[in-house]
Each structure stands twice: as C-alpha cells, then as structure tokens.
Write a new protein. Structure first.
Length: 446
C-alpha cells in the first residue's frame, strides 16, 4: 500500500485531498511567497489521527508541513512541493473552561477569536490578541509564540500556556496537560515546542491560562513630536496609571498615510508620532495623566475616545489595512532595546531611501515591548536587497530579526545576526534529537 492509500485508510473520506481537490488555500501563508502546492493535504480530526499520519510519514521518510489559519508572514507554512501538508482545520473546539483554576482546554485548530469568546462567556479573559484573531488558529499562535497588542501587560503567547499536547515526528503523543501555575517537576517541556514553528513537534491541544476581565478600557490617542518623548511618556504612563493594556506608536508617515486613506482626521496638523494608550484606570485618572503629560511637554495634543466607535476608528489607523494596497509591499518585524528604536528607524529609513528614493517607508509598533514593524514599498526593489539593509542596520543595534512573526524561510538567512553560533548549534542538536529524519517542516527556522 502506498503512502496516500495508507493515509486515506486512516483518515477516511475527505481526510486526504490531492490535486485540484485541495483548492488554493494550502499554497502558502500571507507572506505570498510560496510557489508550490503540497503533494497532498491531510485533515486529521483528533490527536490520534495526527499521530497516525506522522507515524506513516516517518516510516516513509516523507516530509510534513503543518498548516493552521495560514496568517503567518515568514513563510513558515509554505510547502516546497513534495511534502504532505497537515491541516489542523478540523481539530477545533473548546473542550473545557475551568473557572476555579481560570484555565481553558482547547484544540489546536480553534480560531483565536473563538477562544476569546468562550473565555468571556465564563466571565474570564484570554489575554492574547492579534489583528488576525478571526482567522489565526491557537495552535499556530503557540507554535510561533505570537505577540500582539497586550504583551506589555500580559506577555507573549508563551506566558498564556500552562500545558500542551504534542505529537512528535515518529507519531509519539507527548501529553503534558498541566493545569497548575506552579509545577517544577523536571524540565518544562512545553517551551521546546512554543515558538518552534512546527519543526520539533505538532501541537494538538493546549491548556491556556485565563485572567479576570480588565474591565472598561480607556483608549487615548496622543500626539508627540520626538521619539525621546515617546519613551518618557511610556514610563510616565506606567508609573502614573499602572493599568496599561497597550502602548502603540505610529511614526508620522505611517499615521498620515492611513488616516488619509481611511478619511479620518484627529489632529489639526501632522506630528512626529501618534501614540495609542489603552488603560483600565478611571476616566478622571486618565484626564489627570494627560494634563500632567501636556504640562511637562511630553504631548502636544490628545484625544480620548468617547465611544466604542471612536476607539475602533483610532485602532483602524494602527491596523493599517490601507498599507496593504501598496505595490510590492514588504513587512518587517524586528525588536531592539526601546531606547534605540528611534535611532534605528531614522538610520534604516535613510539607508532605504538612499537606495530607493521614491519608496514608501514607514514605521509602527508596540514599542512598550521593544517591537517595531517596518512597511516598505518600491516597484523595482528586490527582497534580498531590502532585507540586507533592514537587517544589516539592525545588526549594529544587536536587535532581533523577529519580534513576533517567527523565522520561517524568509528570515532564515539572517538568523546569524540574532543568534550566536553556539545557539544555532544547540538548535540543530534539538532538531536532530526530536526529529532525526528531518521530516517536520523541513527548511524552516534552521
């Protein structure tokens, strides 16, 4: 029996798709850099079927790539043409919400937004939040250690996980569905797989940590002129308000482009930076904070959203969907020490515009967690040439080439800028130990 027949026998009708029956979705992720469809698409319904698929592929020495919501931007879910693509779209559902321990057990193919809603229905709060919440899968969020807009208060995806169930390359099911906040019984194995981008094992289920609801959130948009004041305002907000949920910065060009495209107007003129602050403090405390920041010269103007609609308009500028219409758009996700971000942005912009004078270059990011995103658009620019400038400049600041998007295939050539030879060697050793035949997401990360 050949591999496809064996997989069909295990997964049944509709469990294995080939050729045109796969459609275009398995072609690749949102980076739009894939050039091939996989050999076949398998759609397991539970952990046992995932195990059976990997056991068969391991025995046949056939590579497997994992696909979730396909919202990634680093090429991590792109097929090379000869792999079996394993989709987790049918492995979805909330198995349990435990209000006593404030935990949730979910399957890996469950959309993030569904997890958020289930927590809210039980009076609890799932802190992880991304713009792609309606499409991305929780398994992919964990496999890439996703960040999002609330990292400054709640941490990365890693901090939201108590336990995992993972299937190893040979089909072994590793179930460590811990539900306790404290558990020092040996190595905490879940951290091997969170952020590993499906190269060490396939996450099938997770125990997520929940929180009390943050309550009413005040959304504020501030105008700031200098990056130094962006940092000072952040520290003042953390000291004076305490309950900061988000702190997002938009450089002048990014803010101007999106407000104009969306037909929105907030300030009478352009300023160096527009800052979104979300706080759980009482309105009076927020007003006092803004007045004090203005008196100190940290902000030159500010708007407090008076309704959900106004808050949504402010966030629509930050989400920046109009940017996606730019030709040959390239998105970058980097991190570096907060105090150096402003200088990096200036140096990087200067270098890019020197090479492509008519290019669009703009910056935005979370800043409070050291993460900044770069939007670059130029008709004739080669991806490698742009990477060389963006990451080359970053290397001078000892930053990370990936703050929250992962490495995938697109950032792999530049990994040496953010990881030492000893670190990369250890990564290769872990890969060899857990996946000796190299079948899991080959060519990704390392």
């Amino acid at each position: 029996m050949n591999l496809i027949d064996a997989l069909t026998a295990v997964l049944g009708d509709g469990g294995v798709l080939e050729g045109e029956a796969m459609g275009r979705k398995p072609f690749g992720d949102m980076s739009l850099t894939s050039t091939s469809l996989p050999r076949a698409l398998v759609r397991p319904r539970n952990t046992e079927e995932v195990s059976a698929v990997l056991r068969l592929c391991h025995e046949a020495h056939v590579p497997v790539i994992v696909q979730g919501g396909l919202t990634g931007l680093a090429g991590g879910a792109n097929p090379g043409g000869n792999e079996i693509a394993l989709s987790l779209e049918r492995l979805r559902g909330i198995e349990e919400v435990d209000t006593a321990s404030a935990t949730m057990v979910v399957r890996a193919g469950t959309p993030l937004e569904a997890c958020q809603k289930a927590a809210a229905e039980h009076g609890l709060f799932l802190a992880l939040d991304l713009g792609s919440r309606g499409s991305c899968h929780i398994g992919g969020n964990l496999a890439t250690n996703a960040g999002g807009i609330r990292v400054i208060r709640y941490g990365m995806a890693r901090e939201q996980v108590l336990g995992l169930e993972v299937v190893l390359a040979d089909g072994t099911i590793l179930s460590s569905m811990n539900r306790m906040l404290k558990n020092n019984a040996g190595y905490d194995l879940k951290h091997l797989f969170i952020g590993s981008e499906g190269t060490l094992g396939i996450i099938t289920r997770a125990v997520l940590r929940l929180h009390p609801p943050p309550g009413e959130i005040a959304t504020v948009l501030c105008a700031v002129e200098r990056y130094e004041d962006v940092v000072r305002l952040l520290r003042r907000a953390q000291s004076a308000l305490g309950g900061i949920v988000a702190y997002e910065a938009m450089w002048r060009d990014y803010f101007h482009f999106n407000t104009k495209a969306l037909g929105l107007s907030f300030f009478e003129k352009d300023h160096g930076f527009a800052i979104i602050i979300e706080s759980t403090n009482e309105p009076a405390a927020v007003e006092r904070f803004l007045a004090g920041a203005h008196d100190e010269g940290l902000i030159v103007d500010a708007i407090v959203a008076r309704s959900t609609r106004e808050a949504r308009e402010i966030w629509s500028v930050r989400e920046g969907y109009p940017i996606d219409t730019l030709p040959n758009l390239m998105n970058f996700d980097v991190s570096l020490p907060i105090g150096q971000i402003g200088d990096y942005a200036e140096t990087c912009t200067t270098a890019l515009l020197k090479r492509w004078p008519d290019a669009h270059v703009s910056f935005f990011g979370h800043v409070g967690d050291s993460n900044v995103h770069i939007c670059f658009s130029a008709e004739q620019a080669d991806v490698h040439d742009v990477d060389e400038i963006v990451y080359g400049v970053l290397g001078n600041y000892h930053g990370s080439i990936s703050a929250e998007h992962g490495i995938g295939t697109l950032k792999r050539p530049w990994l040496h800028l953010s990881r030492s030879p000893a670190e990369i060697s250890l990564m290769r050793g872990l890969k060899q130990a857990l996946d000796p035949r190299g079948i899991l997401n080959p060519g990704k990360v390392i």
